[in-house]
Design a protein around this ligand. Structure first.
Ligand code: GLA
Length: 767
């Protein structure tokens, strides 16, 4: 709900309230962002600072802007903090003073050429620069149901001279004096989303200048009151619908108040008379219930307002991906065999990853030439897709359309289509195509349209395997090079818009060496993202936990891969690899045909189990539950609270362990639930030489006898089953069956190895 009274603007969601007003002089003063307040008058309480001692300045209206909480900070007029807007006027001056002009309530509004969240109620506030014909429009959209507010900004040059935009941020949030922490998510390839909590003092940033939103630092961030935690305390979260360079700033000023800004990264944009420039849309949410409270708002927001179209609410197929099974060695025969093996375990989609196109035998060739390699696929793509479909699984394809290999037909024809100079940093033997050029965007649209129309393709993995560096476009004049990074993203969005509209039922999965472009912008076009190239269960549970603060599991591609793992060489139990991937969009990154028959059976059971609980696992509300050091416990709850699933993951098994209860979250207090553990068969091989303790014959580790015994002897499996109320599960907790820790093994002992886990199910019991 949006209330506008006496130049006070109040934006309310179910649980939050946000307020600002125009001062008598017309400066937009921020009043409040927090829990929803009972009466409109409650919001109007912040001081207008008229006097400040020492060397603080007063503006023309006698207001000291240095410490005034504002909506749209600018350069000059005594405000020393990072501005929302920074422009250079024709005389070289940057001092800028925007004053309230009027407001409107547009039906629909989103930044031009960029994605916006769907739905919501919008307020547009128009400000005019005092001495120039420059307008700043601030757009606020309230997504009441999910307690999220969206913001973006538009600059309009209504004058007769050019101005240069140095900065146009999407959102600014000024918070009153307090003790706060900043929480950001940082990383690199294969170790995305590592949570970093820092005391907020002085100036901190979270940003990317990699040309993509990047795994170095995700745009999602939180600011919380010091002492807040998973389940308690005031937390403000920010995110951006943008896939390129981004910048977030957090500053504590000399008087202790805080300014947060978030928007595009480095920019210098020439704004000609009559032109406008839009920022991407940003979003923010507030919860008084800690980080978990934020996740419980951000997840439904992403599910309902970011992800859209055919796949928004549809259950996602279980896939087998060829990458870790075949790498570049794909061929018609191998892919059809993989499809058969995929069908055999119950999977629904076979994805042919990299290596299928003309001359692509390693990563040095052919990006840009999107035609099947007829040596590997002699019958062509259409025939292969037909044969894959004939095995009873759908066919999906990997592409990397924004890239060009130096060794490609495309490069021979258009060497000038690369971004930057030829003499530049090169990554994976490839250059980035210059998407600031319309003809390059057109080529990508045309080649992808031809490719996707040429065969029965149900799924596309859209990859992007290097960052932008040496950002320069020969197609633009010298004084417009500061626009290249943003124009690249605009070009990308034009392409994605066209292709996803042309192929609405194709399931697109975004990827950038895993999570190097994991952001809300991409999710507006593609409903899921390959979260990380790291498929190691131990690493993955950490990475997926990082994502879970801001993103629901319904957007995370999560695959079971071989052991030892290809990224870490770590061995981990198959059940554990499945349990971790089950809290996301399940796939297998291996050839199931290579597994032993009992492992194939185990995988079949996993797939069957996942199908039976798919809606819950993919779309249930995720909660991070309390857990000890070296463990994590995550639950997903059905929207009506009638069922839940949870995974308890342990990094390191301990001998003679303590009995520690697990405390659930999200279950409904009054409801009665029956918990069961998903049964998993223990293996003789897990015991090594210890098996001799109970075996009548000598068993040597790794011997054929051991393998035979492993197959034939069924050891008792741990099965937990008990009934209790939701309140009891959450507050009293439950005790997992005691793990094996040095002595004794029977059905009342749980066999846990390092990196092991258990998956539990809760079903409501009707009395
Ligand atoms: C990237 C992706 C992988 C795989 C390879 C193929 O690294 O993240 O999943 O598709 O490219 O080259």
């Amino acid at each position: 709900m949006i209330l506008t009274e006496k130049k006070i603007f109040i934006l309310e969601t179910n649980r939050t309230g946000y307020a600002f007003r125009a001062t008598d002089g017309g400066v937009l003063q921020h009043l409040y962002y927090g829990c929803r307040l009972p009466r409109p008058e409650d919001y109007d309480s912040a001081p207008v600072i008229l006097n400040q001692p020492g060397n603080a300045l007063l503006d023309g209206d006698g207001v000291c802007r240095e410490d005034l909480l504002q909506e749209a900070g600018t350069v000059g007029w005594g405000d020393l903090r990072a501005p929302l807007v920074d422009v250079t006027f024709p005389d070289g001056g940057r001092s800028c003073d925007f004053r309230f002009s009027h407001f409107e309530r547009p039906e629909k509004a989103g930044p031009e050429g960029m994605p916006a969240a769907v739905g919501g109620e919008t307020l547009k506030v128009v400000l005019k620069e005092r001495t120039h014909d420059l307008y700043l429009e601030l757009y606020y959209t309230v997504y009441e149901d999910t307690n999220v507010i969206g913001r973006w900004s538009r600059l309009i040059n209504d004058g007769t001279e050019t101005v240069w935009v140095n900065r146009l941020m999407s959102q600014q949030l000024d918070l009153p004096v307090g003790e706060y922490d900043l929480v950001t998510f940082r990383g690199a390839w294969a170790r995305e989303m590592d949570m970093l909590r820092q005391k907020l003092s002085g100036e901190l940033r979270w940003s990317s200048n990699a040309g993509v939103s990047s795994n170095r630092c995700n745009p999602f961030a939180m600011v919380c009151r010091r002492g807040s935690g998973e389940e308690h305390g005031d937390v403000w979260a920010l995110n951006l619908l943008y896939s390129g360079d981004h910048l977030g700033t957090a500053q504590v000023n000399a008087y202790g108040s805080v300014r947060l800004t978030q928007g595009m990264g480095t920019l210098r944009w020439e704004l000609l008379p009559g032109e406008k420039l839009d920022s991407p849309q940003a979003v923010m949410t507030f919860s008084a219930e800690g980080f978990n409270g934020v996740s419980c708002q951000m997840h439904p927001f992403v599910r309902r307002h970011i992800v859209r179209g055919y796949w928004q609410d549809r259950e996602r197929p279980i896939l087998v991906n060829s990458w870790e099974a075949l790498y570049f060695k794909v061929s018609h025969r191998k892919v059809v065999s993989l499809a058969r093996n995929a069908k055999n375990i119950g999977a629904e989609l076979l994805v042919m990853d990299d290596g299928w196109f003309q001359g692509r035998s390693d990563d040095s060739h052919a990006l840009g030439d999107w035609k099947a390699d007829l040596k590997k696929l002699p019958d062509g793509l259409a025939a292969l897709a037909r044969e894959v479909n004939a095995q009873g699984v759908r066919f999906g394809l990997w592409v990397e359309p924004e890239m060009i290999s130096q060794q490609s037909e495309l490069f021979a024809a258009h060497p000038d289509w690369i971004l930057g100079h030829r003499d530049q940093a090169i990554g994976r033997n490839q250059y980035v195509l210059d998407l600031t050029r319309p003809e390059v965007c057109q080529y990508i649209c045309d080649s992808m349209t031809a490719l996707l129309s040429s065969a029965e393709i149900s799924y596309v993995k859209w990859d992007m395997n290097r960052i932008l560096s040496d950002v320069f476009s020969p197609a633009l004049p010298a004084d417009r090079q500061g626009e290249v990074a943003h124009r690249y993203v605009l070009g990308l969005y034009r392409i994605l818009d066209e292709l996803t509209k042309a192929f609405p039922e194709v399931l697109f999965e975004s990827c950038a060496s895993g999570g190097n472009r994991f952001d809300l912008g991409m999710l507006c076009y593609m409903p899921q993202v390959w979260a990380s190239d790291n498929t190691d269960a131990a690493c993955r549970s950490h990475i997926q936990m990082g994502y879970s603060y801001g993103y629901p599991q319904s957007v995370l591609g999560c695959h079971v891969s071989d052991s030892p793992n290809h990224q870490t060489l770590r061995r981990s139990p198959l059940r554990s690899r499945f349990n971790v991937a089950a809290l996301g969009l399940l796939g297998y990154e291996m050839d199931p045909g290579e597994l032993s028959s009992d492992k194939i059976e185990e995988v079949r059971e996993q797939v069957e189990f996942y199908k039976a609980h798919r809606r819950l696992l993919q779309f249930g509300q995720l909660h991070r539950c309390p857990a000890g050091d070296g463990e994590c416990f995550t639950m997903v709850i059905a929207p009506d609270g009638s069922e839940a699933a949870g995974v308890h993951f342990v990094w390191e098994n301990q001998p003679n362990p303590k009995s520690v209860p697990l405390y659930c979250r999200g279950l409904e207090g009054e409801k009665l639930y029956r918990i069961t553990s998903r049964s998993t068969r223990p293996h003789i091989m897990d015991f090594g030489s210890l098996a001799n303790y109970m075996s009548p014959i000598r068993i040597r580790s790794g011997s054929l006898v051991e393998k035979a015994a492993d197959r034939l002897v069924k050891l008792p499996q741990d099965e937990l089953e008990l009934t209790a109320s939701g309140t009891a599960f959450c507050h009293r907790g439950f005790y997992p069956i005691q793990p094996f820790g040095g002595t004794g093994f029977n059905g009342a002992t749980r066999l846990m190895r390092d990196f092991d886990s258990r998956l539990y199910l809760w079903a409501e019991e009707k009395e």
